[in-house]
Design a protein around this ligand. Structure first.
Ligand SMILES: [Zn+2]
Length: 287
């Protein structure tokens, strides 16, 4: 565990540096507004080493916003992500959304304006798939496809025992509450949670939270499953009572969002996530 370091540059998205003997890897990089903090945190640890690999768990702005700045600092580093993430980052609309959400986040967190960056730098260099293994020398990282949050969601398992779970499994708030985040499919999210549960990692890194204490890890997957089911039931119940999607969203925000989450995630990003989850539940109901 002394080879995995939290190098998060600021609120809103995490970044962890994995220091192998031969190669180094970053798991996600957080938001664009705090890229300089992130880079300075990484440099302090790397010393004479370089950053070889940037692993992205999916293509959302709060996980990949700092990529262009990292590529500027370490031009030889390679961004590794799912095939679908590569496709998304080739779309000008997606790049526009990333830029706009990154700008909003900079305002929310009172940061200076975003550093100028070229959209062409925001891309996946190499596609990775389920089962791929990255060898860092003394450490190896296994890629596990865990869709549900997005189609491109990946989890990363280090040395068969330390799991960076993707957001498809949910996110833990600082209060300990788990938020489901099945934007594309609740069924896929449940499958992804089951995959992680089966791996039964000794150590869990929860997205947007970080390292779980051992005491929180035992019930973690069960609570992730419950969170998905609770949200589904909530949405279906209100829908049966005649609530519109918009009304469900208002109730959902009131019922499920706590103060920690309000501080951590910009309202627009929360709304986008929640709206998609509500749509997903209602769509799945009709199938
Ligand atoms: Zn996301």
């Amino acid at each position: 565990m002394d080879k995995i370091m939290d190098v998060t540059g600021g609120q809103g998205g995490n970044a962890f540096l994995i220091l192998g003997e031969e190669k180094t890897a970053l798991v996600d990089c957080g938001m664009a507004y705090c890229a300089s903090n992130l880079i300075s945190n990484i440099k302090k640890i790397l010393k004479k080493k370089t950053l070889n690999v940037i692993l992205i768990s999916h293509s959302h702005y709060d996980h990949i916003g700092a990529i262009p700045c990292l590529k500027k600092e370490w031009p030889n580093s390679k961004v590794l992500g799912a095939e679908y993430a590569k496709r998304i980052l080739n779309r000008s609309n997606a790049l526009k959304t990333i830029r706009s959400l990154s700008t909003q986040a900079a305002k929310l967190f009172d940061a200076e304006d975003l550093k100028e960056y070229d959209d062409a730098m925001m891309k996946v260099d190499h596609v990775i798939c389920d089962g791929d293994i990255l060898d860092l020398g003394d450490l190896y990282i296994q890629v596990i496809e865990t869709p549900g949050h997005t189609k491109c969601s990946l989890s990363f398992l280090v040395n068969n025992e330390i799991l960076f779970a993707s957001e498809s499994t949910g996110c833990m708030s600082k209060s300990g509450k788990i938020y489901p985040a099945f934007i594309t499919s609740s069924a896929a999210a449940l499958d992804s949670i089951h995959i992680c549960q089966k791996i039964n990692p000794r150590v869990i890194f929860s997205p947007h939270f970080g390292l779980l204490k051992a005491s929180g890890a035992s019930d973690y997957w069960r609570n992730c499953i419950l969170a998905v089911k609770e949200t589904k039931e909530f949405v279906l119940r209100l829908s049966e009572q005649g609530y519109t999607e918009k009304q469900i969203l208002v109730q959902y925000e009131k019922m499920f969002r706590d103060d920690h989450s309000r501080l951590e995630q910009p309202m627009n990003a929360f709304i986008l996530n929640a709206q998609s989850m509500i749509k997903t539940v209602l769509r799945e109901k009709c199938v």
